[in-house]
Design a protein around this ligand. Structure first.
Ligand SMILES: Cc1ncc(COP(=O)(O)O)c(C=O)c1O
Length: 430
């Protein structure tokens, strides 16, 4: 048998840090990453044959669990028909129609291969459509690794951001303003100072890249008003929340709270590809008309709308569109987080939880945080002890305190009960 340690050692020889995406390296929590050999339903097995209950779900896409029969069948059939043609297919149209059917704010969809690509293209579209340069993002929200987004806040509202990655020239982020999440005063001040130059405001409506922090309704309402007043576009990055927190995505939840609410541009990924490389950005026909080949905003992709990926996404969306799917998923996720909360309370560990649909977060603190600075006050060593205690008991949670968790339709009551029982043990050791 090859061990995880051996594989990691081998991987580090040929892949930087041994991984193809940094969070997989377990740097935040320490220890050896598990090399996954296979997965089925809500379970994964590593190279050593150890079984885990999976609460990552490939960081969101696996909403049906692994190896769902209908999805598998669709992918197998599509693979036989052809991997990639570089020419249009009916399935792309079907997938676009299926996405539009559930999300009233959008009329047209452009398919791409990753969330990064979708977010980057959405910003280019917003800039092209408005003829403006400046963009606003929020600290703790991640929209992929496009240069203009790898940025942290400047020293004040008048100063734009500084790059957070080597290789990103300061000039490239000079138009990116980074503000505090859920801070109404800051966004008001930003529009007051720069209103006519702002192309777009981009947000994760439920920020899954700072664990699980909801954008408060008054905050979203105020951004919508400010965008309308100043002619800026409001971009909802629903790469994580799209078709994950509700069938209509997070924007449907805000539309319930804010009558008539719609974002101008939406970005999707993860669930719409069902685990295959597929993402999308979408908007009204009027805004999408700025895109090539119709308009002057260039965007393209060799594998965009890939026939196997669209088959996977389409089969996934059809399954999750069944009546009652999200009620059942939401109930299961709530059972998990309430179970964890009960176990933490019993052990006297400060703990709070939140969830929506099949996405959840938990914090080793007494109250839900509202922004990144508060999230990062978490007792990191304590989180790491919790993470490793759970992993040793076969529960695979996100290996970083600032990541969300995901429950799938394949998680059973027994999986949830086993997770809560493991947590009860671990909490007593914290
Ligand atoms: C909200 C959000 N936007 C964009 C991205 C980037 O997507 P990808 O990793 O597919 O490039 C992610 C990835 O986790 C994300 O969570």
């Amino acid at each position: 048998m090859t061990t995880n340690d051996q594989l990691f050692e081998r991987a580090r020889q040929v892949i930087p840090g041994g991984v193809n995406s940094p969070v997989r390296a377990f740097r935040a929590v320490g220890g050896t990453p598990r090399f996954i050999a296979r997965a089925q339903g809500a379970h994964m097995w590593d190279a050593e044959g150890t079984q885990y209950i999976d609460y990552i779900g490939s960081w969101g896409p696996m909403i049906l669990g692994h190896g769902h029969p209908a999805v598998l069948e669709a992918v197998q059939k599509a693979a036989v028909e052809g991997f990639s043609f570089g020419a249009p297919t009916e399935r792309e149209v079907e997938l676009a129609e299926e996405i539009i059917r559930h999300v009233p704010s959008i009329e047209q969809v452009r398919l791409v291969s990753s969330g990064t690509e979708a977010g980057m293209s959405a910003i280019r579209l917003a800039r092209g459509a408005t003829g403006r340069s400046k963009i606003i993002k929020f600290e703790g929200c991640y929209h992929g690794h496009a240069d203009a987004l790898l940025v942290k806040a400047g020293s004040g509202l008048a100063t734009f951001g500084h790059p957070t990655s080597a290789g990103v020239p300061a000039e490239v982020v000079q138009h990116t303003l980074v503000l505090e999440y859920n801070n109404v005063e800051q966004i008001e001040a930003a529009f007051k100072a720069h209103g006519p130059e702002i192309a777009c405001v981009m947000i994760e409506p439920i920020a899954g890249n700072m664990n699980f922090v909801r954008a408060q309704v008054p905050f979203v309402r105020r951004i919508r008003e400010l965008c309308d007043q100043h002619g800026a576009l409001f971009i909802f990055d629903e790469v994580m929340t799209g078709f994950r927190v509700a069938l209509g995505s997070a924007q449907s939840l805000y539309a319930q709270a804010i009558p008539g609410f719609q974002p101008d541009i939406s970005v999707f990924g993860k669930v719409i590809g069902g685990g295959m490389p597929l993402a999308a950005f979408a908007s009204s026909r009027r805004i999408m008309a700025h895109l090539a080949p119709l308009g002057g905003v260039y965007q393209a992709g060799t594998l965009s709308g890939n026939p196997v990926a669209t088959a996977c996404g389409l089969a996934t969306l059809r399954e999750i569109s069944r009546p009652g799917f999200f009620d059942a998923l939401g109930a299961r996720t709530r059972a998990l987080v309430e179970g964890l909360k009960g176990a933490a309370d019993a052990a006297g560990v400060p703990f709070c939880v939140d969830s929506q649909g099949g996405m959840f977060g938990f914090f080793l603190m007494p109250e839900l945080p509202q922004n990144y600075t508060t999230v990062m006050t978490t007792d990191q060593p304590r989180f790491n002890r919790f993470f490793h205690g759970m992993l040793e008991r076969g529960i695979y949670l996100a290996p970083a305190l600032y990541e969300a968790g995901f429950v799938s339709a394949a998680h059973t009551d027994a999986d949830i009960a086993a997770t809560v029982a493991a947590a009860a043990e671990v909490f007593r050791t914290l």
